[in-house]
Every structure is written in C-alpha cells, then in structure tokens.
Write a protein that binds this ligand. Structure first.
Ligand SMILES: NC(=O)c1ccc[n+]([C@@H]2O[C@H](COP(=O)([O-])OP(=O)(O)OC[C@H]3O[C@@H](n4cnc5c(N)ncnc54)[C@H](OP(=O)(O)O)[C@@H]3O)[C@@H](O)[C@H]2O)c1
Length: 177
C-alpha cells in the first residue's frame, strides 16, 4: 500500500461526545490516525474543512447513544492524498490535491469527520481539486458536488435535454448549472 512518509500516529481533532450546540459539544482533542485502510479507502491530510449547516444540525439533533464516542463532526474538506487503499490506486496517486466528503451515515457510524488533521474516505467520495481553485474554496464543494452528481446520474438526462434548475444560486444549484 503506497504511502507518503511518515504518517503520524495521532492527530489533533475537534470531537463531540454529547449532543449540543458547538459551544457545548465541541472539544479540542487528540485521536489516533487510522492507517489500516480498506481497499477502496483513501487517507487524506486535511488542508481545510468546511462548516455546513447540516453539521450543526447533526451535532444538535443526533442522540448521543447512536454515536461512536468520541466522534469527529463535519463532512466537507480539501487536502492531499496521504495513503491509498489498493483499489484507490487506479483513481489517485499519492500527494494528489483533492476535495471530498464524509457521508453523514459514515460520520455517525464510524465517528470520522472532517474537523481533523486526517480523514479516511471511500474513493468515490473524493475528486481531484480543480487547479484553478484554492483549498479554501474547494473545501466547501464536497456535499453539494456529490449531491449534484448523484442527481444528474439518477435523472437519466441525455445530451440536448433542457432542464429548469430551481434554486440555481445555491450550492447544489450552482454545481448543476
Ligand atoms: N445529500 C442530500 O440529500 C442533500 C445534500 C445537500 C443539499 N440537499 C438539499 O438540496 C437543497 C439545496 O441545498 P443547498 O445546500 O444547495 O442550499 P443553499 O445553498 O442554501 O441554496 C438554496 C437555494 O434555494 C433558493 N431558495 C430558498 N428559498 C426559496 C424560495 N422560497 N423560493 C425559491 N427559491 C428559494 C435559494 O435562492 P436565494 O439564493 O435567492 O435565496 C438558493 O438558490 C436543500 O433542500 C437541501 O436540503 C440535499
């Protein structure tokens, strides 16, 4: 499994162990870096993480007993690929600039979110960062980009079809446009 040299054993991360507002629930913490990747996973060194209104709602609404504890919140990030699972080697090389998202269900089940120095994600939730885009800007793309792409895939649209995009000024709408 190729890797960039040497990944630290622990990282700084924001974690939550209880429900509440960010002020009540967030704690500056240290966690182990997960390097035992499944074949389809990629370890990313996070450059920027984005704060999504949904992340706030999850902090507030998800009952404590369904979470892994401690758990790292938030979903969207940009960064650099640090270690690749075997199957991810066909999509990425080490050191690629990427953006992506942790799915909310993975975030809750595995406790692994974007507000950390490293994040592990499935390769299909990761894309190369456009060169013209900064890490800051790309960190806000993951959720809306994956939503827009999955909408397009499910829509059955063909080249030449006309579509009205409602809410075209929003995150998902802009990506679709
Ligand atoms: N994975 C998922 O299932 C998933 C992921 C992301 C988003 N979503 C859903 O997709 C939708 C868009 O999300 P987003 O992140 O792109 O939101 P967003 O960035 O807040 O954009 C919302 C868009 O809706 C427009 N809008 C708001 N109120 C309106 C109204 N009363 N009449 C007409 N247009 C109105 C806004 O227009 P203005 O700019 O003019 O206010 C804006 O274009 C939301 O319903 C969200 O819950 C689902």
């Amino acid at each position: 499994m190729p890797t960039l040299s040497p990944t630290p054993k622990s990282m700084k991360a924001w974690t939550i162990s209880r429900r509440g507002t960010p002020q009540e629930a967030l704690k500056a913490d240290h966690l182990p870096v997960r390097t035992d990747l499944k074949p389809n996973e990629v370890l990313v060194k996070v450059s920027h993480a984005a704060l999504n209104p949904f992340g706030y709602r999850m902090m507030w609404a998800v009952p404590s007993f369904v979470r892994v504890k401690p758990s790292v919140p938030e979903f969207d990030f940009s960064g650099r690929s640090e270690k690749l699972g075997k199957d991810a080697e066909s999509d990425f090389v080490l050191g690629d600039d990427v953006f992506g998202m942790v799915t909310p269900s993975e975030g809750v089940k595995l406790g692994s979110g974007a507000l950390a120095e490293y994040v592990v994600v499935a390769r299909d939730h990761l894309r190369p960062k456009p060169r013209s885009m900064s890490f800051e800007a790309a960190s806000g793309l993951g959720n809306v980009f994956m939503t827009a792409v999955s909408l397009l895939e499910k829509s059955g649209l063909k080249s030449g079809d006309h579509v009205f995009i409602n809410g075209g000024s929003g995150g998902t709408g802009l990506v679709l446009v």
